[in-house]
Every structure is written in C-alpha cells, then in structure tokens.
Ligand binder design. Structure first.
Ligand code: GLN
Length: 482
C-alpha cells in the first residue's frame, strides 16, 4: 500500500475507507513526528506538537466536502502564528510566546479542513540557510543525518521529506523555501509577493517576506497555495488577483513553452555534478517539447550584495519591537528602562540575528545610507528590469536552485560562505516574482533541485510547466519506501 502521508491523494484514499480511519491519519502523523524526535540523532524538525483531543478526527473530518485538504495533517514553520501553540521564531527572545491570533494562511488552511500537527524548526528569525542558528538546536537532513536540511525553513522541509506530513508551510525572504526544498528533495513554492497574506508571519524584512509551501509534488503544493492565496484585509500588500487554481495545471502544456536558461546561474560557483544533473533536466524539458533558449540576467552577481543590505536594513527596524516590554523574554534585575532593553536583547538574540541588526543599522545610518542602502535599492530596480526583459522573451526562467547539495554541519562557519549559498534564490525575492524548486536528481544519494521562475502572478503557468517537467523527470527520493 502507498504510504498514506506521502501525498494528498494517498491520504484521501486511506481516509476514504471510513471517517474514523481519517482520524488515524492525524495520529499517524503525530506518531511519526514524535519518532523523529527520538533516537540518538533526532531529526528535530519540530519545536512543538499539537495535542489533539482523542476525537479530534471528528473536527478534522467536518471540513468542507470535497476539499483536497480535508483531514490533512500539515506542519507550520514556527515564525507563522498559530493559536494554542507557541510561535518562537527559533529564538530565546520569544520562548514560550503564544500569539493571540492565527496567521491568515493558517486560518485558511484550517477552514479548508487541514489539521496543524506542529510547529517546525527554523534559523532564528528565519535568518540563515541551514537551520543551524535556531536557539533550540539544529534540524538534521532526513536523507543524511550528518548534513543540514538547508534553511531557514529546514524543519518544514525535513518534516515533508521524512514523511511526517504530506505538505507544510514555510517562509521565504531570500530563498528559505526553495533552498531547503532542494536540499531535502521536495517541492518548494515561493509565490508572487502579495499572493499570500503575510498577516501573522513574524516580520523579518517586510518587502521581501513571503509565505511558501512544501510538498512532495507540484500538484499537492498547488492545492495548498490555492487554499491560502488571495486578498486579505489584514495585509495591505496582498493582491486582488484571482487565486491560482490547482486544476489549471492540466491546461499548461510543456510543448510550446519557451524556457530561458541564464548563463549567470551556471558559473564557477556551481558544483560540477549538480551542473550535469541540471543539463539533463534541460534536455528533458526539450524532449517534452519546450524550446530552451540561453538568456542573460546581468545583475545576478550583484543580487547577493543587494539582498544582504536590504534584508538586514529592514530586519533592524522590524526587530526593534523586541524590547522586553511587550512580548517574550524580559531580562530581570535591571532598574532603568534602557538597561532592561539592552539586557533583554543581549540575552534573547543569537549571534546571527545580532550581526544582521548591526549590519542593518549601519547601512541605514546617516552618512552611510547613501553609499549602501540607496545603492542597494537602485540595484533592486535593475534586477527587476532584468527579469522584465527576460519575460518579454521567455515564459519561464530555469536555473539551479543551489550551488551545491546539502552541506555538513559547521561546514559554512564563515557568514559569507553561508550567504553565498543563497546566490541563486535571492533575486526572485528581490523582484517579487514566483518561483518553484523541484527535485531533479541525486548526487551521491543527496537531492539536487532546480527552479522555475515566472512573471508576477503567473503561478498557474509556472506550476503547470513545473508539473509537466516533474512528470518527465520521474525523480526518486532517496528515502522512498520500496
Ligand atoms: N538565507 C537567507 C538569509 O539568511 C534567506 C533567509 C530566508 O529566506 N528567510 O537571510
């Protein structure tokens, strides 16, 4: 029998036998979530788990008939607010913090009948590319426990890859959905900026923050996106455009699609074996009838520098709210207010978060903002124009997601090495365009991904091309049970 938690369809086939059996799905997901926390080297994908009452399945199966998410167990990154479970952002400063409201995306998932199984581990405040900066310890890659799952949504990617849940929510500011998806061998979707409400997503860099989706197939990711997308009165940046329909995937044909491959994404930084796999994926797309053309995105090499100015600048402002007076940690013993703030932030934030706040404050400070922030903002405009020119010629841009497969713990101790692992993902965030990473093969048993990017609001087309390619690639995950 197919594993009931490997896809939405398998879950429904399992649950379709009887509503009571549907309840067992939640139990199964929770049991697996508990199991991945045990053992000598736990995966540690979760920071907290739901404790549903014994007849929880009744509530879960009360969902709208025919909803593809009815009774489906879902994991949620711990920087997305939920009721009844803590939202820690992987930080000491929000230890045990429970939000008084749920994120719009979470509310929409629950309305569609999904069940939140637990909150997943992340780099502290989503700052990182390996899930190593979580104050609650790292998450391990389920494919190889000596390696990172990628980040910052490493817990969500690992939970899906390990078969705990078929789908999960993550967030992406510079690549935190596509990058861990690639490293764990699953699908990761970052929608258009404004497609999914950010209400209840704890802010890191507001002009770059997105909620995204993990799944084991493009189709499953499309169902989740359909459920959570759409305008929201609580987020003024959310768009009124029509929600992308999962059913539209079938209407998109790979034959006739024009796909551009940017030479800048195939440079010296790309691992040779990943390059070969990517070339094979390009050939597969051509075999499927796509016309593949070389293109140029000249701003690619500047995107990382641009991102690491803009993101810390916005972060330094957003994180000013953690002063110990409103929520989360408050250091004891200080008499004066300024001393209390200093101590709270000193005790509550880890090294990477402090580095970002310092960097962000610096690039915004008088005398330096012209040299750094202004120039980064101008560069962001140039990146946007680059993509604009590309999408006048091609339907989608196809490129590797990451320069290498999953690396070992501690391997990127130098922050610059870590930052460079985002070289292929940050541009789509800076431009606000949708992007999806799909697995294209394994190198030494470790997953490698490639991403498709499309023009703003073109998720239906992007996911359609991705689904067609996924079918032709016939990827086999290293953990697939035989
Ligand atoms: N790795 C990038 C960073 O550290 C992106 C993180 C993210 O997308 N949340 O900022």
């Amino acid at each position: 029998m197919t594993d009931p938690l490997c896809s939405l369809r398998a879950a429904h086939e399992f649950a379709g036998q009887a509503p009571e059996v549907g309840g067992q799905l939640l139990e199964l997901a929770l049991e697996r979530a508990r199991n991945q926390e045990s053992g000598r080297r736990p995966i540690h994908a979760f920071l907290s788990l739901a404790e549903p009452p014994p007849d929880a399945w009744r509530a879960a199966s009360r969902s709208p008939a025919g909803s593809p998410l009815a009774g489906i167990p879902v994991a949620v990154k711990d920087n997305i607010c939920t009721l009844g479970l803590p939202t820690t952002c992987g930080s000491r400063i929000l230890e045990a913090y429970v939000s008084p409201f749920a994120a719009t995306a979470v509310r929409r998932l629950e309305r569609a009948g999904a069940w939140i199984v637990g909150k997943t581990n992340l780099d502290e405040f989503a700052m990182g590319s390996s899930t190593e900066t979580s104050a609650y310890g790292p998450t391990r890659n389920p494919v190889d426990l000596d390696r990172v799952p990628g980040g910052s949504s490493g817990g969500s990617a690992a939970a899906v890859a390990a078969g705990v849940v078929p789908v999960a929510l993550g967030s992406s500011t510079g690549g935190s959905v596509r990058q861990p998806a690639a490293m764990c061998g699953v699908v990761g979707v970052k929608p258009t900026y404004g497609r999914v409400s950010r209400y209840g997503l704890v802010a890191f860099a507001s002009s770059l923050d997105h909620i995204g989706v993990f799944a084991r197939s493009v189709r499953d990711a499309a169902h989740v996106l359909e459920a959570i997308a759409g305008c929201d009165e609580h987020d003024a940046t959310s768009g009124r455009q029509e929600v992308p329909r999962a059913a539209a995937l079938d209407d998109v044909d790979l034959s006739g699609a024009v796909i551009g491959v940017p030479g800048e994404y195939l440079g010296a930084g790309l691992d040779g074996r990943s390059r070969r796999l990517f070339k094979r994926a390009v050939e597969t797309a051509e075999r499927g009838g796509a016309r593949v053309v070389p293109i140029s995105l000249p701003t690619t090499s500047a995107a990382i520098a641009c991102y690491y100015v803009v993101a810390p600048a916005e972060a330094s402002a957003n994180l000013a709210r953690y002063d110990g007076s409103r929520y989360g940690l408050r250091s004891s013993g200080a008499v004066a207010y300024s001393e209390a703030v200093r101590r709270t932030r000193g005790e509550g934030f880890g090294d990477e978060v402090r580095r970002r706040i310092l960097l962000g404050t610096y690039v915004l400070s008088a005398g330096y903002s012209e040299a750094y922030y202004r120039r980064a903002r101008d560069m962001r405009g140039a990146i946007l124009e680059d993509f604009g020119r590309a999408f006048a010629r091609v339907d989608a841009v196809f490129a590797p997601t990451t320069p290498t497969h999953a690396f070992r713990f501690g391997e990127k101790a130098d922050p610059y090495d870590m930052y460079r692992s985002d070289v292929y993902t940050v541009a789509a965030n800076l431009a606000g365009i949708p992007a999806v990473s799909i697995p294209i093969g394994n190198v030494d048993g470790l997953p490698v991904g490639a991403q498709l990017m499309c023009g703003r609001w073109r998720e239906e087309q992007m996911l359609g091309i991705a689904a067609a390619l996924e079918e032709l690639l016939e990827y086999r995950h290293p953990l697939t049970r035989r």
